[in-house]
Design a protein around this ligand. Structure first.
Ligand code: A2P
Length: 275
């Protein structure tokens, strides 16, 4: 029997489309809107869906014969029973203009294959792991900071999150509050994981692009930590294109070498989803 799902095709019309072959059709469990640009949602997890924390998957909606799929970092850890995503809302975006309207009970499509470079296996072991993110680029790190495997490989984890304004930082702040209270790994992560949030457009106590904060040393002063060094540290980078380029150049200037699963090394980079 062919599966179908009812979806909002446009605002007025609800139409049933067949579910494409080889995709999981999962139900939305919850949705949370943070700002007019950002929201998160959780979907049911199929038994057969396996991934490494930090990876992404292609997702779409059953709203066309050939649905639009986009790469989304999985924000939940590999052990979680549900799958979480953190998304931008682009008014004219082929997927996000529709995705931002999902409600509990709606269907979301997931391709079966997951992939990505932001996995701990692409890095060689070290003392500290720095995760540098802007905007929705925090998503893969939301997965990794909730995974005990990350703490097996690194003693200290420092996650930076930079957004335009204060309200956009809420997802990361809530993530850390929940992490500290988590009965499974709250104790394990205690004193080992730090969130460093900054804004660039709204005036807050901690302001500035992460590149500038690193270059001036303010970042190290604020946290009371030793400067980045390939001898002790590894770096993961996820965010907008310009940020990736600038942070990559910065860490390369400090002697960090880019790693991959085939050749693990000092840092890895991935573009956050937009559109
Ligand atoms: P800024 O406000 O100075 O552009 P966006 O919402 O556009 O994706 O941006 C998310 C955050 O990334 C913003 O705080 C933005 O700062 C910052 N950002 C943009 N480009 C860079 C860059 N090249 N290096 C560091 N941070 C950047």
């Amino acid at each position: 029997m062919q599966q179908t799902a009812t979806a909002v095709k446009d605002d007025a019309e609800r139409v049933a489309f067949p579910i494409p072959a080889n995709v999981f059709a999962e139900k939305v469990v919850s949705v949370k809107h943070y700002t007019d640009r950002l929201f998160s949602f959780r979907v049911t997890r199929p038994q057969a869906f396996r991934f490494r924390s930090g990876e992404f998957v292609m997702i779409g909606l059953p709203n066309a014969e050939k649905p639009v799929f986009r790469a989304y970092s999985i924000a939940s850890p590999a052990w979680d029973e549900e799958i979480e995503f953190f998304s931008i809302k682009v008014p004219e975006g082929p997927l996000t203009s529709h995705l931002q309207k999902v409600q509990p009970g709606d269907t979301v499509l997931l391709r079966q294959k997951t992939t990505g470079t932001l996995v701990v296996d692409a890095l060689t072991p070290a003392k500290r792991l720095f995760m540098i993110s802007t905007g929705t680029g925090i998503a893969p790190f939301a997965s990794l900071v909730r995974d005990p495997d990350t703490y097996e490989k690194f003693d200290q984890i420092i996650l930076t999150h930079t957004c335009r304004d204060h309200a956009e930082l809420a997802y990361g702040v809530e993530l850390f509050e929940a992490l500290a209270a988590d009965p499974l790994i709250g104790e394990l992560v205690q004193d080992r994981v730090t969130l460093y949030s900054t804004t660039t457009r709204e005036i807050t106590p901690q302001m500035g692009r992460i590149t500038r904060l690193i270059e001036t040393g303010r970042f190290y002063e604020d946290l009371g930590i030793a400067p980045l060094s390939p001898d002790t540290d590894r770096v993961m980078i996820c965010g907008s294109m310009h940020m990736l380029k600038d942070v990559k150049e910065l860490v390369e200037s400090l002697g960090f070498k880019e790693g991959s699963l085939a050749h693990p090394a000092d840092f890895v980079v991935e573009r956050a989803f937009v559109g």
